[in-house]
Design a protein around this ligand. Structure first.
Ligand code: ATP
Ligand code: MG
Length: 390
């Protein structure tokens, strides 16, 4: 029996004229995500993508896991391929459905006949297949309202298909269909979640990470690379720009009022991230900021930070509680890495009493007096770039 995967398209079906472009990107992303798992034919017809393994020993569990991580897919199913004859459907249904029906008590059969040349109407197909399944699994009862298993028979253009379970995908839009954006990634819990959420809206990502060796270690950077690798399962490959901030931070420590360290650092990050965005033709910045979470994320501090950015800043976590963010980070698999205890450049030289209501005028004055601009240029020149991929 040949088994394939049928993917039903979600939100993107609504995109009218752009639909073809969306579908093309999605198919490209699926192909990329399945690399290393074998050869596949991937085609699209009637708002359904067919993923057809070219070899019998392809592990469909692996394939399903990967497909469940591709944005733009709302639901998908494994399906058994049949000839477009009732005989073949009736022969294969009991064999294919057995594993799903063995432990169930109730089921129903639904049929869809999009190929109207097929000589049996949907209710007739359902009745025949239902009868066959009842005769081979006598413990079963039909329950049309609330069945444990719904067996779906679809007669479509390329063939007939039997499927027994619908698997939920990530939803969202295919990565790349919204453009490219730059995520400011730390080793914390929040920024990987922010990256995931914006990739879900169709953004391809690159990333900026700031480090301050020797105050921050090599292992701290490896942790961030690991986080990006985890995010790349959903977001595809991510170009990581690592920017050394040691001199900038030491100079701030020596020349600026202590209570402004945090806000000054946040503004430097925004300025440099904007430059990386410009260099890489990225259209936005993404941060994991959440209103009120820490001193640098009060409304007043965020205003000071925001004006230092030269691009729109997406802050998908802004209205979320920490626990909500943690729940997502557990679900997408970044939590365990995020809580590994490594230092971040934000956690060195931290003031005892950071300003929660910094005044822009004084912040800018402190910046000018510290003459940070040349050091910022030097940091940009010393940036290293590495591509991270799952
Ligand atoms: P996270 O859990 O993601 O580290 P946080 O709650 O610790 O966030 P902050 O340290 O104030 O909050 O950082 C706020 C945001 O600033 C982060 O979500 C991230 O987008 C960015 N950021 C913080 N530190 C760095 C860094 N070292 N490199 C790049 N971006 C950073
Ligand atoms: Mg942090």
């Amino acid at each position: 029996m040949q088994e394939i995967i049928l993917i039903k398209l979600g939100e993107m079906v609504l995109k009218g004229l752009n639909r073809r472009a969306f579908e093309d990107v999605l198919i490209k992303n699926i192909k990329y995500r399945l690399r290393g798992l074998g050869k596949f034919t991937i085609k699209i017809a009637q708002s359904t993508i067919y993923v057809i393994p070219q070899s019998e020993d392809t592990d469909l569990d692996d394939v399903c896991e990967r497909i469940s991580e591709v944005f733009g897919i709302v639901t998908f199913s494994r399906a058994c391929v049949c000839d477009k004859t009732l005989d073949d459907i009736l022969a294969k249904a009991p064999l294919y459905c057995k594993e799903y029906l063995e432990d169930a008590e109730t089921f129903k059969v639904e049929s869809k006949r999009s190929d109207k040349r097929f000589p049996y109407k949907s209710p007739e197909i359902s009745a025949q297949v239902g009868g066959k399944l009842l005769s081979t699994c006598p413990h079963l009862k039909v329950d049309v309202k609330n069945p444990e298993v719904t067996v779906t028979v679809e007669v479509r253009d390329f063939g007939a298909y039997i499927r027994c379970a619908t698997i939920r995908g990530q939803g969202g839009m295919p990565v790349g269909t919204s453009g490219l954006a730059t995520v400011l990634i730390s080793g914390g819990i929040d920024s990987p979640v922010a990256a995931y959420m914006m990739a879900k809206r169709g953004l391809k990502l690159n990333a900026v990470h700031f480090e301050s060796p020797p105050y921050t270690s090599e292992r701290a950077r490896l942790k961030v690379e690991k986080l990006l690798k985890e995010v790349s399962r959903f977001a595809g490959s991510i170009e990581m720009h690592t920017v050394p901030l040691t001199k900038v931070q030491e100079t701030m420590r020596d020349r600026c009022p202590e209570e402004l360290f945090t806000i000054l650092l946040r503004r430097v990050m925004m300025k440099i991230a904007t430059r990386v965005a410009e260099q890489t033709k990225s259209g936005a910045l993404i941060t994991g900021e959440s209103l009120g979470q820490v001193a640098s994320q009060t409304m007043y501090a965020l205003n000071c930070t925001n004006v230092a950015a030269g691009k729109i800043v997406f802050r998908p976590l802004i209205g979320m509680d920490k626990q909500e963010i943690i729940n997502i980070s557990r679900r997408i698999g970044t939590f365990e890495t995020s809580i590994e205890p490594y230092e971040d450049c934000c956690t060195i030289f931290t003031p005892k009493h950071p300003r929660t209501k910094p005044i822009l005028h004084f912040v800018e004055q402190a910046e000018r007096e510290a003459e940070l601009d040349e050091l910022i240029e030097e940091a940009i020149r010393n940036t290293t770039v590495k591509t991270i991929d799952f």
